[in-house]
Design a protein around this ligand. Structure first.
Ligand SMILES: C[C@](O)(C(=O)O)[C@H](CC(=O)O)C(=O)O
Length: 296
């Protein structure tokens, strides 16, 4: 259902799908409450929040699938685009990853051509697999989609721009599209001119822009990215950066002042409203258990 919804949105050539990067229930709830039409589950964020580790290929399929399933289930009408890194292994693992993401209710996933020991696309010295190996990953994903009768959107990502250059990177994406990938993701675009050219060269396939603050790509607003020809935009740092900044400040403040920076703020009930308090009370009342009849 969410995949068809995403396909519907993408079918309208004039739209840009703006996807805030989320990585847990709270960040997803905040983005959902703000009315975005799609969400992005960042692998970097999931790795940091679940494992306390950097985005260096240490997160595994079960961890990613579990987070994706929880987020996708919060509001099934809002498509979730999820990071699937390298597919977590060879063709058999890619197949399994796609099936697991479909079961989790994910609407779209991206698969890349980095070696399994991968790193964030905006770091240096990335190792690639060959074009043939990348295409086997894509083919395995397309076959998994077909065999399961799903319409999950497959996003082909190449990290080859930095080492192989523009022509080879775009040729990898075109070959992936020929095999059945629906969206192209050229990681690490280095200028607006290159961005415009990629959108033109890959047209009519929708192209995704990865807006990493402080990364190797130019900082573009949604309007600017749209004008360059992009159709989807992910913001992996949407929540990660504010959380990093705000919580560091809160930690410093508590240490120095012996009180919380937000003292006097809303209270638990206010907070629980963000994470579905109303729905929980309604479930209880409808079951007749009435644990919360007198309120909470
Ligand atoms: C998009 C990305 O794969 C992610 O995990 O969100 C990362 C972003 C990041 O590490 O900031 C990427 O490789 O670009």
């Amino acid at each position: 259902m969410a995949a068809s919804r995403l396909r519907q949105i993408l079918a309208d050539q004039g739209t840009m799908v703006v996807c805030p990067g989320v990585y847990d229930g709270l960040t997803a709830r905040i983005a959902l409450a703000s009315g975005y039409e799609a969400l992005y589950m960042t692998g970097a964020g999931t790795t940091a929040s679940r494992l306390g580790q950097p985005d260096l290929g240490v997160v595994t399929l079960p961890e990613m699938r579990e987070t994706a399933s929880m987020i996708a289930g919060l509001d099934k009408s809002i498509p979730l685009i999820a990071d699937a890194d390298t597919g977590f292994g060879g063709s058999l693992m890619v197949h399994r990853t796609v099936i697991e993401y479909i079961r989790a209710g994910v609407a779209a996933l991206h698969l890349e051509d980095q070696a399994t020991s991968k790193r964030c696309g905006h770091l240096l010295h990335k190792q690639l697999v060959t074009k043939d190996e990348f295409l086997s990953r894509i083919k395995a994903a397309v076959n998994a989609r077909q065999s399961s009768g799903s319409d999950i959107v497959l996003i082909a990502r190449t990290d080859s721009l930095a080492t192989l250059g523009y022509d080879q990177a775009v040729s990898r994406l075109k070959a992936a599209i020929n095999l059945g990938a629906d969206v192209a993701f050229l990681e690490g675009i280095s200028s607006k001119e290159q961005a415009r050219r990629a959108c033109e060269d890959l047209s009519p396939t929708p192209v995704l822009f990865n807006a990493v603050t402080g990364g190797v790509s130019p900082e573009l607003s949604v309007e600017e990215a749209k004008a360059l020809g992009f159709r989807l935009m992910i913001f992996p740092g949407f929540a990660l950066e504010p959380v990093h900044k705000a919580v560091s400040e809160a930690a410093r403040h508590l240490k120095e002042n012996g009180r919380l920076v937000m003292s006097g703020a809303g209270g638990p009930k206010d907070f629980f409203n963000i994470v579905g308090l109303k729905d929980a009370l309604a479930i209880d009342a409808a079951s007749g258990e009435n644990l919360f009849q007198q309120g909470v």
